[in-house]
Every structure is written in C-alpha cells, then in structure tokens.
Design a protein around this ligand. Structure first.
Ligand code: DX5
Ligand code: ZN
Length: 226
C-alpha cells in the first residue's frame, strides 16, 4: 500500500497556519493531521471546530485527519463532519455504534473513521477492524508534539499487519509520534503506511523540504522492505 505523509499541524506556526499547512502539502503531504485536545482527556489544550472549519475553507480538497483526544467525542461528531476523517481512542463503548454514527454524518468518505490504540491488547481490535479506514498506533504518550519515538510501537505495527492478513481485511496502519528521519525507516519496515509527522516537518528549517525528505526516506525504506 502507498506510503503517505500526514503533516501534524500541532507543530506549525498557528499565526500562519494555512500557509504552513500548504507548504507541507507541497512537499508531498497528502492529508493533514489535526490534534484536537481538551485539557481533560490529555494534559494539553489545542484547537477545536472553528480552526477545523477555517482549514476546510482554506484547503478545500484536503482530508483533515482529526485526532480527537477529548472527553465527549460523541457530542462533537457534527462539528467534525466536514473534516474528512475522525479518529478516536479505542476506549469508546459501544464502539460500533459510535463509528456508525460518525460514518453516517460524514459526507466526504465511505469509511471516514479510524481508531487509535495506545495500550489495549490485540484481541479487542477485531470488534471493529472491518469498519474503520485505518488504525493508528500511538508512538508517543498523547498530548504533545516533539517527543521521542517509543520503540515498543514497532511491535504493535507488526502485530496489526499480521492481524490484518489473518482476517483478510484492508484497514490501513498509521503511526503517530516521533516519526522523523531517524525513525521513519523502522516504522515503514514494520508495516506503517500513513506517517504522521509534526516536529520533523514544522520544527525547524524549510517545511516543504522537510516533508519531501521524510517522504523520500520513507519510500527508500519501502524499497528495502524484504
Ligand atoms: C501527540 C499527537 C501527535 C503529534 C505528533 O499526542 O497525537 O499527532 O502532533 O508530533 P511529532 O511528530 O512532533 O511527534
Ligand atoms: Zn495525533
């Protein structure tokens, strides 16, 4: 499956958000990862529906990969309906009902919902893998950009690849946190295809060039994939 870079706007300069986002897309990013945090579910506050709506207007065709790290995502489904995709931590119950509600409110895609799996054991994933677009493996503790990649995420990615194969399913695998030039090879070789990157793209230097180099490094790792 094709490798895609999802620039995480959390590390962008918010005073020129659309321009930074566009620069990252010019470098080869194909969707924008948008971290929505409420200061309760995770220990940080970021952005919410108004910023998502503004981005939608500024960049009409781009999928906004909204990562909801908020206490009551059920209350906010309509606010993110235009985003393109929404993801939530796999702790919601009953997950299938929640996913069905999200899917039916979103006009932009057939299966716009994804799951993030910070710590849960593999066995429960099976409940919903057939109806999600992708599964996101957190590779840092959620809350902040610019953290160090947690290597244990690699095994989770590999396990997901095996689960997908054994169940004959087609969900994609995303990785989020600490993805940079020195870690991207490992995550791609483990089997991740959607690569979220914030600090590595927006942290320092030229945004477009950073995105381009990261994508290039990811593609080279695919070529060396056994
Ligand atoms: C962390 C967020 C990540 C974050 C990744 O809770 O979910 O999306 O922006 O940032 P980097 O790539 O800087 O680790
Ligand atoms: Zn995220």
């Amino acid at each position: 499956m094709a490798i895609e870079i999802a620039p995480s706007i959390l590390s962008a300069n918010f005073s020129r958000l659309a321009a930074d986002a566009k620069a990252a897309l010019d470098g080869g990013g194909t969707l924008l990862h948008v971290d929505v945090m409420d200061g309760h579910f995770v220990p940080n506050i970021t952005i919410g529906p108004p910023v998502v709506a503004s981005l939608r207007k500024a960049l009409p065709g781009v999928i906004l990969d909204c990562h909801l790290m908020i206490e009551n995502p059920d209350n906010f489904i309509p606010a993110f309906a235009d985003a393109g995709r929404v993801g939530f931590p796999f702790t919601r119950k009953p997950a299938r009902t929640f996913i069905a509600r999200c899917s039916s409110s979103n006009p932009m895609a057939a299966n716009p919902v994804w799951l993030s799996i910070p710590r849960l054991p593999c066995t429960r994933w099976n409940e919903v893998l057939d109806i999600v677009h992708h599964v996101l493996v957190m590779s840092v503790n959620p809350g902040f950009g610019g953290q160090k990649f947690i290597p244990a995420a690699l095994q989770k990615i590999k396990t997901l690849v095996e689960v997908r194969e054994s169940l004959g399913q087609s969900f994609r695998i995303e990785v989020d946190g600490g993805v940079a030039l020195d870690t991207v090879g490992d995550v791609v070789r483990a089997g991740a295809e959607l690569l979220v990157a914030g600090n590595a793209i927006f942290g320092k230097g030229d945004i477009t060039e950073n995105a381009r180099k990261l994508l290039q490094a990811a593609r080279s790792a695919t070529l060396t994939h056994a």
